[in-house]
Design a protein around this ligand. Structure first.
Ligand code: ATP
Length: 591
């Protein structure tokens, strides 16, 4: 379909400027993702981490640029209603042939929202819902390639799939890797099914890069059955490539896409095609989460919010204060029927919190930029989010008025929240521990310590390690979610408590040693963490070393040497090197 013929040349020019802004954004985004292959080949892990961090800023930079251009070239504040309406139509016309129309619509919204007054935030001017379909968009290179094992046999097909990624670094022993892959698949299936006429293996064109791993993601189709897989490829200690594992359970693949990990770098011409394919593997993963994990966070947010609004239309429970200990910095509420919490920065913080609003925001942004190693919950940040007033419990409205009056306004039947973080709801660890039996306490305390260790090795010091600041996910993982005191490990000064000059000083209310703002005394952790006997016992059994400054100093030293720890988003027992280390045999010859 051709673009609608515009009678308004200004609208036409603005639409053109707008799409140029978006195209520039996507070009830079894609170049960054494309470089991930080279960084992987060069074992330049720092470049992978930097790319993820830098990419977070791209979107806002391009939106600001487009807003400036609209002001300078088109005097954007003075546009009349008909131009705005025409503009949207003109833009839709351009998008009919675009490869990323859903992203470009979101970009349009972001630019317009910075110019228009909120009363104009409706479907006449903005894309309140998608106007251009993302179905059947052609892509070059295609979103996925198909391989036909009945022509050449599974072994040759598997080899070709891997070789087609054309990594400029040799495999240590590709035959052995293919043995391992086929053996794992055979064990998973129990027996090799007969190949049906439609037997094929579809493989997403770009690998998914994150930290030190490249994932080949695809699915085999045979008759009516589909078998998804994610093959992890890594460097071995000698710097050769090696298949590390193949994940075959859809839920394990979906754990790779958990929001508590870093976003992937993937070179996509048509991202909606990737999302569509991934959803066929993980139907329970929401599209918004997939967009987010592909580094397209703004699209993830847009889709998340549309879903929330749809959910509100189809439910009738109320927003209530989140269960647990109230925050000193954040006012946290939730909607019981929806698995997320909503966090608003309070106007005045509790007395012990010596920081301002900008610092809190900076800390939350930092979490989006680092490797979250499966231990930091991802947050979606919204400005001016409108939620229905009738769904707010009176007690929550009272808290909002008392604690965050400057952060919201009531306009008609909406509560407009000026700034909001949204994240997955978990069971706060303090609540979990209160209800847990002894085994569960031991498990959770062990997980908690592991979370702290892993964060430390990833150069993150949580700051406030109280139990209430961690949550337990539906998969039983312990994840940190209170970021206002988070710091880089390397910024901290871990110290041992100096001996008291006189023994009686140890009993005094005030400490005999002074502490700078970045000083941490790990021996003190025991005082505020280990009051409950069951918790204390489990902690000392598994994590006693966390109470000693030496653990922390050693981790710092290793980070400073540039060592990047390996974090596996799958159990290490599933690594081929551990699976059959004792008796590594040939894969079933039937393959
Ligand atoms: N993702 C979550 N899932 C479930 N409950 C949560 C979540 N995030 C926060 N909460 C609840 O809200 C409370 C306050 O949240 P949070 O710790 O983020 O606020 P804070 O003001 O930064 O806290 P602090 O006073 O420790 O700095 C938590 O103790 C917990 O009960």
């Amino acid at each position: 379909m051709d673009a609608p013929v515009g009678e308004n040349p200004v609208a036409q020019s603005i639409a053109q400027a707008m799409i140029e802004g978006f195209n520039k954004h996507y070009r830079i985004f894609r170049e960054t993702s494309r470089r991930a292959k080279e960084s992987f080949e060069a074992a330049d892990w720092q470049a992978q981490i930097d790319a993820v961090r830098e990419r977070v800023q791209f979107y806002d930079e391009r939106v600001d640029e487009a807003v400036r251009r609209l002001h300078e070239e088109f005097d954007a504040d003075s546009l009349d209603d008909s131009t705005w309406q025409q503009l949207k139509l003109q833009y839709i016309g351009i998008l009919m042939r675009h490869k990323q129309p859903e992203l470009a619509e979101t970009f349009f919204n972001s630019v317009c929202c910075k110019i228009l007054h909120r009363t104009y935030f409706n479907n006449d001017y903005l894309f309140a819902r998608p106007a251009v379909s993302t179905e059947y968009i052609e892509s070059y290179p295609p979103v996925y390639s198909s391989y036909y094992p009945q022509d050449e046999g599974l072994r040759t097909t598997a080899r070709r799939i891997i070789e087609d990624f054309d990594w400029q670094r040799p495999f240590a022993d590709l035959d052995r890797d293919i043995d391992n892959i086929l053996r794992a698949v055979h064990e998973h299936l129990g027996e090799w099914p007969d190949m049906e006429v439609n037997c094929q293996i579809q493989v997403l064109y770009s690998a998914f890069y994150r930290n030190k791993t490249a994932y080949i993601i695809g699915k085999a189709i045979n008759g009516y059955q589909e078998y998804p897989f994610a093959l992890a490829v890594r460097h071995n200690p000698a710097g050769r490539l090696e298949a590390d594992t193949i994940l075959l359970d859809p839920w394990r693949i979906s754990v790779l896409f958990s929001l508590s990990r870093a976003y992937f770098l993937v070179d996509m011409e048509v991202p909606s095609g990737y999302v569509h394919f991934l959803r066929s593997i993980m139907p329970n993963k929401h599209r918004s989460e997939l967009y987010t994990m592909l580094g397209l966070g703004k699209q993830g947010k847009t889709m998340f919010f549309r879903d929330l609004i749809a959910h509100l239309r189809h439910s009738n429970d109320q927003f209530i204060v989140a269960p647990g200990i109230r925050g000193l910095v954040m006012l946290v509420f939730t909607l019981p029927s929806y698995p997320y919490v909503f966090k608003i920065i309070k106007d005045v913080f509790g007395a012990s919190k010596n920081m301002d609003r900008a610092t809190v925001k900076r800390k939350y942004l930092m979490v989006k930029q680092v490797d979250r190693v499966g231990r930091l919950a991802d947050t979606l940040e919204f400005s001016y989010a409108a939620l229905p007033l009738s769904r707010f419990h009176p007690e929550l409205l009272d808290e909002l008025r008392a604690l965050a009056p400057s952060s919201f306004e009531i306009e008609g039947d909406s509560v407009i929240i000026k700034h909001l973080y949204i994240e997955r709801r978990m069971t706060p660890l303090n609540i979990y521990l209160e209800r847990a039996n002894d085994d569960q306490v031991e498990y959770a305390v062990r997980e908690y310590g592991n979370a702290i260790r892993e964060l430390a090795t990833a150069n993150i010091f949580p700051g406030d390690m109280l139990w209430k600041n961690f949550g337990v996910t539906r998969y039983g993982r312990v994840v940190f979610y209170d970021y206002d005191e988070i710091e880089y490990m390397t910024a901290m000064n871990f110290r041992r408590i100096p001996p008291a000059p006189y023994p009686e000083m140890e009993m005094a209310a005030e400490p005999w040693y002074s502490a700078g703002p970045m000083d941490v005394f790990p021996e003190e952790f025991a005082t505020f963490l280990l009051g409950a006997p069951r918790v204390r016992k489990a902690f000392l059994k598994h994590h006693r070393d966390l109470l000693d400054a030496k653990f922390w100093q050693d981790v710092q030293a290793s980070i400073r040497k540039g060592y990047l720890e390996d974090f596996f988003p799958y159990p290490t027992e599933l690594r081929f090197c551990n699976m059959w280390s004792k008796k590594r045999g040939r894969a079933d010859q039937a393959a």
